[in-house]
Each structure stands twice: as structure tokens, then as C-alpha cells.
Design a protein around this ligand. Structure first.
Ligand code: PRT
Ligand code: ZN
Length: 286
């Protein structure tokens, strides 16, 4: 029987949409109607399992799934025997310590003697141990942010992204314990056939990551400006230049990072560039 790579992704939650989007951007088609627990890709040797994110490291470790997409925070907390094969760049967040706004916080030693509520006891205890802080960890599974206001704890250690949950619960963020983003984990001993499928998947993911925030740019310029413009838009290898029907003018095609584009646009126009078009890129294979 032909090998199939089983990937576990979050069924519903903050990772779901971007996980599905990433797989589909890899040109792997499957149905995902929200109700199914398992789906088979139509055009790639892959089966998709839809699970709770907390269950994914265990299933990947025991081989029920071959690979999985989870938050780095979950992998670091659970410490299951899995290999991190790629960072995926979405669901970025941090695990931070928050204390009541009125708390006179100086540095991490101010945490000595406090009771800290968290769903991440392992990551927090490493953080405290490294800094020789003696605090009590109170493990709770949800709604960590309300613990200080109901007298359950003095401080919290919870996931923060915008910071508004901490603020609306009268807390201030005082220490960052861990930075997280979505990662691809794999079973440590995949068969060579499954490894081959995983390598194909990783290659497709890298071409999508290369294209992220990168735009295709076309412009017209007088020939005497080309050298200057090439310096501004070096592209992947070097820009393509084609003569226009109008003598003395060329069309230049290149790629540019979106944030760098706004820095060079003024310089391109000063150099004589006209008719600048900027288009999205789906994939870049280097
Ligand atoms: O049901 P299931 O168990 O599958 O999902 P879950 O409820 O355990 O997880 P979910 O969907 O909430 O989060 C999945 C992953 O997304 C986490 O493990 C993180 O890696 C990542 N992530 C990114 C976040 C956030 N951003 C986030 N903001 N996880 C949780 N939050 C919560 C946080 O717990 C807090 O309550 O959002 C609140 C803080 O947000 P801000 O924007 O107010 O700071
Ligand atoms: Zn969860």
C-alpha cells in the first residue's frame, strides 16, 4: 500500500484557519467542513486529522499522526518526544507574567513569595528556577486572567497577544517568559516513504514562506536610469529587462519585499521609473 502522511491540525480554535490555509496554499486539496474529524487529500498522499491542539503532541509522539501543527507553547509545555521540523510564522504570541496594576513591580525578584496562576506550569517553573525565584505555581486550565481578582492567585502567567485581556482584568504585563508561533512537529522515527512525503510538504511550505510579503514589481524606465534602478531592486538573482517599443525605454521586472518597497518607491521615481505595477506572488522557489 502506498504511504500516506497523516497530519494533525486543530479542529477549531486560533490555529485552525491558518493551518488549513497553509495546507491549501501548498496546493493540497481536501474538504474541511468543520464537522469531520478526518479528511483525505484528493491530490497528495495526505490524511488530515482534526483534533484539540493539546492532544496533537501525544498523537504525534505515539505515531497515531505523523506530523502536526501546534503552538510552540504547547510543545514546550508538554515535552513529548516529537521533532520540531519547521516554524510556520502564524499564531504568534507570548507567554507572559502579569501582576495587578497597583503592584509595585521592580524586577523578576519581585515575584518571590507570590502565587502565580498558569496553564503552563513546566515552562513557568523553568523560568523561575533559572532566576532562582521562589514562587508557588497554581495550575488552572482556563480563565487564568481572572485568578488575581477572585483571590485565587497574586499573579498570572498566560498567553498574551494584543495585551487587552490582561488590561481589561486590571493586570499589567511585567515579564515575557516564552515567545511562540505555530510550528510543524513530526514523529521522531518516520519511515523513509513518509519522510519523502514530508520533505515534499516542507519544500512547498518553504516556497510559500519565501513569497510571504514579497511582491512582483514591473516598471518602465529610460535606459540611462536602469543601472540605478537595478541597484534599488536586485530581485532574486537580478531583474529582467526588456526593451519597450518606444526607443530608449525598457521595462524592468523584479521582486521586492513589501516593507522595502515603501522605502525604495521614492528613489525609483526620482530615478525616472514610471508606470510602476506591484503584484502579489504565491510561491518562490529559490
Ligand atoms: O480547543 P482547543 O484545545 O483545540 O484550543 P485552545 O482553546 O486550547 O487553544 P486556542 O485556540 O485558544 O489557541 C491555540 C494556540 O494559539 C495557542 O496554543 C497559542 O499558541 C496560539 N495563540 C495565539 C493564542 C493567542 N494567540 C491568544 N491570544 N492562544 C491563546 N490566546 C488567548 C490567551 O489565552 C488569553 O486568554 O487570548 C487571550 C489573550 O489575548 P490578548 O490579545 O487579549 O492578549
Ligand atoms: Zn487546547
Amino acid at each position: 500500500m502506498k504511504s500516506i502522511l497523516r497530519i494533525a491540525i486543530q479542529k477549531s480554535g486560533r490555529l485552525s484557519e491558518d493551518s488549513i490555509k497553509l495546507i491549501k496554499e501548498c496546493s493540497i486539496d481536501f474538504s474541511s467542513n468543520g464537522a469531520t474529524l478526518k479528511s483525505t487529500a484528493y491530490n497528495f498522499p495526505m490524511e488530515i486529522l482534526f483534533l484539540r491542539d493539546d492532544d496533537i503532541p501525544g498523537y504525534v509522539a505515539d505515531g497515531t499522526a505523523d506530523v502536526g501543527i501546534i503552538g510552540e507553547n504547547v510543545a514546550a509545555e508538554q515535552r513529548k518526544n516529537v521533532t520540531i521540523v519547521d516554524k510556520l510564522g502564524f499564531s504568534k504570541c507570548r507567554l507572559s507574567i502579569g501582576v495587578p496594576r497597583a503592584f509595585d513591580y521592580k524586577d523578576c525578584q519581585s515575584l518571590n513569595g507570590l502565587k502565580i496562576a498558569t496553564s503552563y506550569p513546566n515552562i513557568l517553573s523553568d523560568f523561575l528556577f533559572d532566576r532562582q525565584i521562589k514562587a508557588t505555581i497554581h495550575e488552572i486550565s482556563g480563565s487564568v486572567e481572572i485568578a488575581p481578582s477572585i483571590g485565587l492567585a497574586d499573579a498570572v502567567c498566560d498567553i498574551v497577544s494584543s495585551g487587552s485581556t490582561l488590561i481589561s482584568n486590571g493586570l499589567k504585563e511585567v515579564e515575557t517568559v516564552f515567545h511562540s508561533e505555530a510550528i510543524l512537529i513530526a514523529h521522531p522515527n518516520l519511515s523513509s516513504e513518509k519522510k519523502e512525503i514530508l520533505n515534499d510538504l516542507l519544500f512547498r511550505i518553504s516556497s510559500i514562506k519565501n513569497a510571504k510579503n514579497t511582491k512582483y514589481i514591473l516598471l518602465n524606465a529610460p535606459d540611462e536610469s536602469l543601472e540605478k534602478i537595478i541597484q534599488l531592486l536586485p530581485g532574486v538573482k537580478s531583474p529582467t529587462i526588456m526593451p519597450l517599443a518606444q526607443k530608449g525605454w525598457s521595462s524592468l521586472h523584479s521582486v521586492v519585499k513589501e516593507d522595502e518597497f515603501w522605502e525604495v518607491i521614492g528613489k525609483l521615481r526620482d530615478a525616472g521609473a514610471e508606470g510602476i505595477l506591484v503584484l502579489p506572488i504565491e510561491k518562490i522557489i529559490k
